[in-house]
Design a protein around this ligand. Structure first.
Ligand SMILES: NC(=O)c1ccc[n+]([C@@H]2O[C@H](COP(=O)([O-])OP(=O)(O)OC[C@H]3O[C@@H](n4cnc5c(N)ncnc54)[C@H](O)[C@@H]3O)[C@@H](O)[C@H]2O)c1
Length: 312
């Protein structure tokens, strides 16, 4: 099958890599030639690392032989069965692109957007109705298994189920969300915990470092292997009910951005990209944490592929 990925920024190359690893012909397209060359290089490096770690069977070169890069949208989408839009989260850019895609894509092509927040099939109800929906990948997409497929009532069930199957064949773990809810699922779950963490930090009962240890050494350590409902079954639902009753009324339910975040934003402390957020990062530290994050995620992927926790 021919798969076209439009946009070679943070997410596009990793998404292209998923389909290459699934044995497909992939075209990565962008307006900027340099982005395409850098994207191609990052795919090659990632495949080489995965091969060295025994995560993939074949040499990087074999997968790369099925990758084409092109600045011509027309050439890129011609004969493509699946088109994945990964351009910036800006309405004007997406709108202009969909105008072109409507003219250029095959009539039966499935077109999906990696948007993080925009209800695109509702915004463009006449664009490829039924065959256009959201497929939301997670960064880095070639490693994180989950893909949220977000459909609405006009989406063709066969189109969603087809993509679900194809993603599974590529080793991914797709889930289907029926209806456009803000933040889809993962961001909602994550933000519920983030809100409580910021609230506790603001109260001064704990440091950011120790709060991070709660997710890394307890919640997160276990949650790649045991989901929320499965965990409750292990705890015992009588205990769950008892504890909910005591703790729920005490949890934060603020709806505004916490001051601790707005203060950092106004001071220009935006995180790793500016060298300081909740932690400080000089150039060496930035490279060290980025590399360590990648290595640990790849080790986790090996365990994931071995034990397949979502199959149980
Ligand atoms: N960055 C993330 O972690 C992340 C995670 C999940 C979803 N997303 C979503 O994925 C999409 C892309 O995000 P990103 O961070 O990769 O963006 P990005 O800005 O890093 O990359 C976008 C790329 O699209 C190219 N582009 C712009 N207009 C184009 C056009 N008309 N045709 C072809 N290429 C074009 C740009 O040159 C750029 O290389 C957004 O909708 C975003 O919300 C991002």
């Amino acid at each position: 099958m021919k798969v076209t990925v439009i946009g070679a920024g943070v997410m596009g190359p990793g998404i292209a890599q998923i389909w290459l690893m699934g044995g497909h012909e992939v075209v990565l397209t962008d307006l900027v030639q340099k982005a395409l060359e850098e994207g191609k290089e990052s795919i090659y490096n990632s495949l080489q690392t995965m091969k060295a770690m025994d995560i993939i069977k074949n040499d990087a070169e074999l997968y790369m032989s099925k990758l084409e890069i092109s600045t011509s949208l027309e050439q890129a989408v011609k004969a493509a069965k699946l088109v994945i839009e990964v351009v910036p989260e800006r309405m004007d850019i997406k709108q202009q692109l969909y105008g072109q895609l409507d003219k250029l894509c095959e009539k039966d092509a499935i077109i999906v957007s990696n948007t993080s927040s925009l209800p695109l099939p509702e915004i463009f109800p006449n664009f490829r109705t039924g065959k256009f929906f959201v497929a939301h990948f997670f960064n880095p997409p070639q490693i994180l298994p989950l893909v949220e497929l977000v459909r609405n009532e006009t989406t063709e069930t066969e189109a969603v189920e087809w993509l679900r199957k194809e993603l599974e064949l590529c080793g991914k773990t797709p889930i289907v969300v029926n209806g456009f809810i803000k933040g889809f699922l993962v961001n909602r779950m994550q933000l519920a915990m983030t809100r409580e963490a910021l609230n506790l930090l603001d109260q001064g009962v704990v440091s950011a470092e120790d709060l991070d240890k709660t997710t890394m050494a307890a919640v997160g350590f276990k949650s790649a292997w045991q989901g929320i409902f499965n965990t409750m079954d292990f705890v015992g639902l009588d205990t769950v009910a008892f504890v909910n009753n005591i703790i729920f009324p005490d949890l934060c339910n603020d709806t505004s951005v916490p001051k601790i975040v707005t203060d950092k934003v106004s001071e220009g402390k935006l995180g790793i990209k500016t060298g300081e957020g909740f932690y400080k990062y000089d150039q060496g530290k930035r490279e060290e944490v980025t590399q360590k994050r990648l290595t640990v995620l790849l080790e986790q992927l090996k365990l994931w592929n071995k034990y397949k926790p979502c199959d149980v």
